[in-house]
Design a protein around this ligand. Sequence first.
Ligand SMILES: Cc1cc2nc3c(=O)[nH]c(=O)nc-3n(C[C@H](O)[C@H](O)[C@H](O)COP(=O)(O)OP(=O)(O)OC[C@H]3O[C@@H](n4cnc5c(N)ncnc54)[C@H](O)[C@@H]3O)c2cc1C
Length: 421
Amino acid sequence: MAQNKGKALIIGAGIAGLSSAYYLLQKGWEVEVVEQSDLTNNCSYGNAGMIVPSHFTPLAAPGVVAQGIRWMLNSKSPFYVKPSLSPQLISWGMKFLKHSNQKHVDRSASAIRDLNLASSQLYNEIAQKEEFDFELNQNGILMLYKTEKVAEEETELAHTATKLGLSVDILDQKGIRELEPNIKLDILGGINYKCDGHMNPVKLMKQLISYLKNNGVVFHTQHRITGFETYGKTIRAVIANGERFTADQFVMTGGSFLPELAEKAGIKIHLMPGKGYSFMHKPEDPANRIERAALLLEARVAVTPMGGHIRFGGTMELAPHRNKINMSRVEGIVQSIPKYMPEFQIETPKESDIWFGYRPCAPDGLPYLGQASRLENLIIAGGGGMMGLSLGPVFGRTVSEIASGQKPTVNISLFNPERFS
Ligand SMILES: Cc1cc2nc3c(=O)[nH]c(=O)nc-3n(C[C@H](O)[C@H](O)[C@H](O)COP(=O)(O)OP(=O)(O)OC[C@H]3O[C@@H](n4cnc5c(N)ncnc54)[C@H](O)[C@@H]3O)c2cc1C
């Protein structure tokens, strides 16, 4: 470990916060984490566990709005925006519309690719440590489709991916079946993004917490930050449960709660929670194994092998936080699975077996990563959206570099946290 740099305080113990703690520790910072919850759940636990250099297209892209409107008419569809006069949603929607164009996609693609590739490499390094075994498997993700229309779109995207230097195979039915011989697949074909991978996020989160605790990181759980004490251009302390927490450097994560948190520090961040669901399934026949994670494209359902089970996940409901399960959306996921994987005739899980989480979605689909402009000792790391797990380590390394006065290894110029302020 490097020479002591001072004390860093991280707000939020999701993957962005824990990764920041991990890399700050390596650079010689004394680290504390303040978390409003109890370290057993947040968006970083129940997600699909995918590492996704393939996701170089931001959420705001051409065609997304028209498709979204068609989906909104179906209660079981994978995407939903709750009609509302919420100023937060209206302002987010206007910005989303403004960015849903090819120019934005072209400008962002290589920056997102580089962030994900760097992070994927950092996951490989973490997995080498003896304290970690989180089922990391960098064996690709299959994008599976059933229709000619999606085949055409995905083939075009795969060609763009190849031009961006990503390792991709366009496969027919037979090619996919050769890769996954242990399950029946009713598909037209698919793309194998060999640059992608998957893991078990619950194991990763638990192991990161143990590692950090064993290396001296102090966690203050059940402490919700409700205020910032500033002096000129610096934060002196944050307030939680009436207690003051001081530090030299502050790191603000917070996932989908980032806007509320940032507002308390006088910073405007635009973000909507994108609620999604997941559940675990144990195949009746253990021979029904899949080796790779997959996305069932028309249904937008994620399928990930995890600890002898399969995790299915999906849907994106853009609306303010509401901790209620919409069973129609979960049924939408369940019913779409056998259309691609006929052996998986799955019963709708009980509510208690369904996990939900809120993706932190920025209106232009790009993360928020960098130094706050008016507060010299505040770094913001959030807005990972659909790829927040994948981006965890590169968020963390970048935070540690900025805090230590170094130029970030990756180019973060498009990710300015105050770009909409
Ligand atoms: C169904 C689903 C599938 C997904 N699949 C994938 C995938 O395969 N790959 C991928 O890369 N991403 C995936 N994601 C997205 C990914 O899970 C998120 O982007 C990521 O977990 C966000 O991490 P985070 O650390 O920013 O936020 P979180 O994990 O939500 O952590 C934020 C933490 O901050 C705390 N906090 C907030 N406010 C305060 C406060 N005031 N005081 C103290 N603490 C506070 C919260 O309690 C929380 O613990 C998926 C998401 C969903 C819903």
